[in-house]
Design a binder for this molecule. Structure first.
Ligand code: P6P
Length: 352
């Protein structure tokens, strides 16, 4: 029986104090249930990732008031996309924050052609991190929600400048998550033992537990895809869109930031799609640091994630660092409904 000092604090104050103490690092150690080397590793890695999130959130909160926050750098990344100031800033923040953990030898980023190599960490480096430093960067200058996505894998190869060992199927991820920079800043992650969400308390400078063991509803009303591409989609995808248009009970939501759209679906249920188009047959989203980590989370939350051909995202064996994949992700019943329509109309030609 723990002796407690007599308290005149209200129940609400006591709850606030208790909530404030369930920090991210403490929760992770609690999840492991021990202070093993692996538990300490993950607590340290997640602590560095959360530090990167705090720094990025702080910078975003002053965007428009400071340099190198809004606008573009004038360069184009490996994806062929215009690099925003925040893309470059966030990429650097993640690398520096994770480098200081001493545990990571290589980092794969949407913003870098090749993995970043941290030689001082390679003797000990047991992990590699694959990340999208800023997802949805077209939203930044409009002050809309954006995110960062990360995936932690075991570094299996002897690092000799190649990275074949980083091309692992998503079911081998050790942990995955995202940071959502919205009205509040949230960090949502899973280490394969459920999905847990933390909210950054600016007054404490800590991510404190908000919800743990989150389960996405088995079905939701939201469908999320960019209908501006309707005439570039396969006939089966067009048939899905026609189906939700003529069927009661569906609501369209699409923010232009994958993390925000998938977070909505994790919380309320529904389905997000980014299908292939005539110009990009494999779609726009990258497997290793967008589809795979989000698929890991949604499956942990009782949802599903597949390609538009019906292949489970987490079973795909990557062949390239920046490989793209046409994604269907969300509530189990909604994803199954999409897959059924795509299968039934596989031979339906496009109509525009
Ligand atoms: P579109 C952002 O660039 C991103 O990768 C996702 O965050 C987002 O869902 C998608 O692309 C938006 O792409 O083609 O609809 O503008």
């Amino acid at each position: 029986m723990v002796a407690t000092a007599p308290s005149s604090l209200s129940d609400a104050s006591n709850r606030d104090i208790q909530r404030g103490f369930m920090t991210l690092s403490r929760y992770i150690l609690q999840e492991f249930g021990d202070y093993s080397a692996e538990a300490q590793d993950f607590s340290a890695l997640m602590s560095r990732i959360s530090l990167a999130g705090k720094m990025i959130a702080h910078h975003l909160s002053k965007a428009g008031l400071v340099e190198n926050a809004l606008g573009v750098t004038g360069t184009v990344n490996v994806q062929g996309e215009e690099v925003k100031m925040m893309d470059e800033y966030a990429n650097t923040v993640f690398i520096r924050a994770i480098e200081q953990s001493g545990l990571v030898c290589r980092l794969v980023s949407e913003e870098m052609d090749e993995p970043a190599h941290l030689p001082d960490n390679c003797s000990l480096g047991r992990y590699a991190i694959l990340f999208d430093p800023i997802d949805g960067s077209s939203n930044i200058d409009a002050d809309l929600s954006i995110g960062s996505i990360f995936s932690i894998i075991r570094a299996e190869g002897i690092d000799e400048g190649n990275y074949e060992d980083l091309l692992q199927p998503g079911h081998k991820q050790l942990a995955a998550g995202y940071i959502l920079y919205g009205p509040s800043t949230q960090l949502v992650y899973s280490m394969g033992k459920g999905v847990h969400a933390f909210i950054l308390d600016p007054s404490l400078g800590e991510f404190v537990l908000w919800k743990d063991n989150i389960q996405t509803p088995s079905r939701g009303t939201t469908y999320s895809l960019n209908e501006g591409y309707y005439c570039q989609w396969a006939g089966a995808v067009q048939e899905f869109v026609r189906y939700v248009h003529r069927t009661e009970g569906y609501t369209a939501r699409y923010s232009g930031a994958l993390v925000a759209d998938v977070h909505r679906i994790l919380m309320y249920g529904g389905v997000y799609l980014y299908p292939g188009t005539l110009e990009q047959p494999d779609g726009k989203l990258r497997l290793l640091y967008e589809a795979s980590p989000l698929a890991f989370l949604l499956e942990q939350g009782g949802g599903r994630a597949a390609t538009t051909a019906g292949d489970r995202i987490l079973d795909i064996h990557p062949t390239a660092l920046h490989q793209r994949v046409p994604l269907v992700i969300g509530s189990a019943d909604n994803v199954a409904e999409v897959e059924n329509i795509l299968r039934q109309h596989a031979t339906t030609g496009p109509s525009c």
